[in-house]
Design a protein around this ligand. Sequence first.
Ligand SMILES: Nc1nc2c(ncn2[C@@H]2O[C@H](COP(=O)(O)OP(=O)(O)OP(=O)(O)O)[C@@H](O)[C@H]2O)c(=O)[nH]1
Ligand SMILES: [Mg+2]
Length: 217
Amino acid sequence: MICIKEASFLTSATKLSFCPPPDVMEVVFLGRSNVGKSTFINLLLEKNLAKSSSTPGKTQLINFFHTIWERKAPFMQTATFRLIDLPGFGYAKVSKATKKHWEHHLWEFLHQRISIKLFVHLIDARHTNLQADTTLQNLLHSIARPDQRILSVYTKFDKLNKNQQHIFYQKGRVVVSNNDKMINKKFGGKAKIQEMILNGVLGIDANRDDDTKTHIE
Ligand SMILES: Nc1nc2c(ncn2[C@@H]2O[C@H](COP(=O)(O)OP(=O)(O)OP(=O)(O)O)[C@@H](O)[C@H]2O)c(=O)[nH]1
Ligand SMILES: [Mg+2]
């Protein structure tokens, strides 16, 4: 059982040089625009901190949130880390040059930021084979250091029919229905996702015998 002891907005940055010093562990949320990054952060933190919108391109800055998480069982453990909400990629209503500039900027950010312990890649459960997601996945695997973890989370699970949902369960994928303010009970609910995030930050690896450990890709 995890308790979010503190969760607050820290700062926004327009570029790498404006980010706070990388002196605290961080989790970064990545994915296409409108996939549900900001909504997912709010769900995890049980608070409306990250701005979400039905219009793609809502998040335009690198937003940092300060958090303190506490695990009560099987032993007491407290962890302080930041969550980073990024603008989505693939947002069409900006110029190609702006897009290119941002992608370069993002790549630089992900590669150089030594405080990142966990990359959370959000993928729309209805569109699992998009080139943009494959490219990001490959990129993350190519840059991840041994102390960094990658977790794929499939959003908008509520939009799938029962048969489609069954396939996700069979594959053991991490699924969420952000809009319900809950994560499917059959999957393990919000508590399980919070466990995965905390384990990922702390570098506790997957173990098939214990389904509260992070599924590392
Ligand atoms: N049905 C459903 N809607 C969702 C889910 N997650 C997010 N949404 C909705 O999708 C829209 C986009 O959510 P955001 O959290 O703003 O998405 P984002 O990835 O932060 O978008 P950008 O900031 O543009 O990159 C909002 O209208 C959310 O309510 C989900 O799991 N299911
Ligand atoms: Mg957002």
